[in-house]
Design a protein around this ligand. Structure first.
Ligand SMILES: Cc1cc2nc3c(=O)[nH]c(=O)nc-3n(C[C@H](O)[C@H](O)[C@H](O)COP(=O)(O)OP(=O)(O)OC[C@H]3O[C@@H](n4cnc5c(N)ncnc54)[C@H](O)[C@@H]3O)c2cc1C
Length: 435
């Protein structure tokens, strides 16, 4: 089940750790977030090392749909109501700046970067779209209400952000990584007062950035309460439509569309990891109905971390851990969010102020309704009797018949049928032969 990115990009391998290393900043995790942190630190002249447990971008990033936009669903109306106009403006500015940085960088890179307009549509609620247009207008950004979309169903309307972008994320990473100081197949197993212990030795460092998708240290920051994972499915169809833009439904279980070369990528079938959802079946039914001449070329699935308030956690890992940073909770908008993280964390490790730090601070209030939902999910699954339990915190695992994996509904760890770890926050395989 390879994504079109894995099939079309060629990432050259990097060395593995052979001896004790000392560095000023250790970055753990080589997905889009970690790689961009490495890129920005290198440009700022900071001494750093990035370690990746497997190979670069072998985690979530290889299975993204790679829309680069500051339009993260209908977020701005919600942000204004939750945090006020100024914070919403900073969120928008940070993500627009990230988009601009990609635009400049990609000019000289072979990564199929294309300018496209981004749209969020609603199937049945025109008011929601109108409120978002009004909210974005308050922020001084030019968004428009659109009546008609080139999609094979009618909508109640959409909001357009012009001049956003899409690319091939693995070609992008392949182009920027050759000069970066990366060790592959080097997994951090434990943090110490002086740095980290890996499967190949020790790394001493003054500062650490955790970019492991779901943070794997439970002692600080309460990430196991502050986020859960949500899974989505993608089909890449040949001989379907050119939709000339990027489209997402405002509803969490809705669909998304973009083209890549001669393919139409359709996303959807979503569900909380470990729960039931439409999966690829929903997308196959949709394709057969609306694009009967189309042929499936690729299919893949992946998941992302969803925060309590829709804003990523970027900054100091917890209030009590100076020199220890995190980038997580991208809510399925990890392309611009990774660039935002790289900018903020580079400033913070260099002792500079970041205008955006407060908005993304992981130490902001956690008093949101989703906190109760996460706690309830954890309680139910901790109390469910079953022999297969997640080594992360002990929740009951659920069988995923579509993907033949054991999935954790609490925090989203996943394991193969044989119990080998696929997705974190668990850090190891299942114990053998549960009765
Ligand atoms: C279906 C879907 C579509 C999406 N589409 C979009 C989109 O169109 N636009 C957008 O902006 N975002 C999108 N996203 C979100 C985006 O893909 C993710 O937010 C982003 O790729 C996450 O990157 P990351 O670096 O945080 O994680 P990852 O890519 O998972 O990287 C983390 C890395 O850390 C490594 N690691 C873990 N533990 C250790 C350890 N102990 N030691 C060393 N290394 C370790 C892992 O091996 C992994 O490679 C989408 C998400 C989904 C689910």
């Amino acid at each position: 089940m390879n994504s079109v990115w894995s099939a079309t990009a060629n990432l050259k391998s990097k060395k593995t750790q052979k001896q004790t290393i000392h560095t000023d900043v250790l970055i753990i995790g080589g997905g889009m977030a970690g790689v961009l942190c490495a890129y920005q630190l290198q440009n700022a002249g900071v001494n750093y090392v990035l370690v990746e447990a497997d190979t670069v971008c072998s985690g979530i990033t290889k299975n993204t749909t790679a829309k680069i936009t500051s339009q993260h669903g209908l977020i701005y109306d919600k942000l204004i109501r939750q945090f006020g106009v100024e914070s919403a403006q900073l969120y928008l500015q940070a993500n627009q700046a990230a988009l601009e940085e990609y635009r400049t960088l990609c000019r000289d890179l072979d990564c199929d970067f294309e300018e496209k307009d981004a749209f969020v549509y609603s199937l049945d609620n025109r008011n929601k779209i109108e409120s978002e247009v009004a909210a974005v207008d308050r922020l001084g950004f030019p968004a428009e209400f659109v009546e008609q979309l080139p999609l094979p169903f009618s909508t109640a309307g959409a909001i357009r952000f012009s001049n956003q972008a899409q690319f091939n994320p693995l070609k992008f990473v392949a182009a920027i990584m050759p000069s970066l100081n990366i060790y592959e197949n080097t997994s951090v197993q434990e943090l110490t007062d002086r740095g980290a212990v890996t499967n190949h030795g020790t790394i001493t460092s003054d500062k650490i950035i955790v970019a492991t998708h779901f943070p794997f240290i439970n002692k600080h920051g309460s990430y196991f309460l502050k986020q859960y994972q949500h899974r989505s499915y993608v089909l890449a169809l040949e001989n379907a439509a050119d939709v000339n833009g990027m489209y997402v439904d405002e509803a969490q279980k809705g669909m998304s569309f973009r083209n890549y070369q001669n393919l139409l990528l359709i996303g959807g079938g979503d569900h909380r990891t470990g729960k039931k959802g439409g999966n690829w079946d929903e997308l196959v039914d949709f394709a057969q109905k609306h694009y009967p001449e189309a042929k499936e070329r690729y299919r893949w699935a992946t998941q992302d971390c969803m925060t309590l308030d829709g804003v990523p956690y970027i900054g100091q890992y917890s209030k009590n851990t100076p020199n220890f940073y995190v980038a997580t909770g991208f809510n399925k908008w990890g392309m611009t969010s990774s660039m935002v993280a790289a900018r903020i964390l580079t400033d913070l490790v260099m002792g500079k102020e970041s205008p955006y730090a407060a908005v993304f601070s992981p130490s902001r209030s956690i008093l949101r309704p989703q906190l109760a939902a996460n706690a309830l999910e954890a309680t139910v699954n901790l109390l469910t009797p079953t022999p297969r339990r997640c080594p992360h915190m002990g929740c009951a695992l659920k069988w995923n018949a579509q993907e033949h994996s054991w999935d954790c509904p609490c925090h989203g760890s996943r394991f193969t049928e044989q119990g080998v770890l696929i997705d974190n926050p668990a850090t190891g395989d299942l114990r053998r032969n549960p009765s």
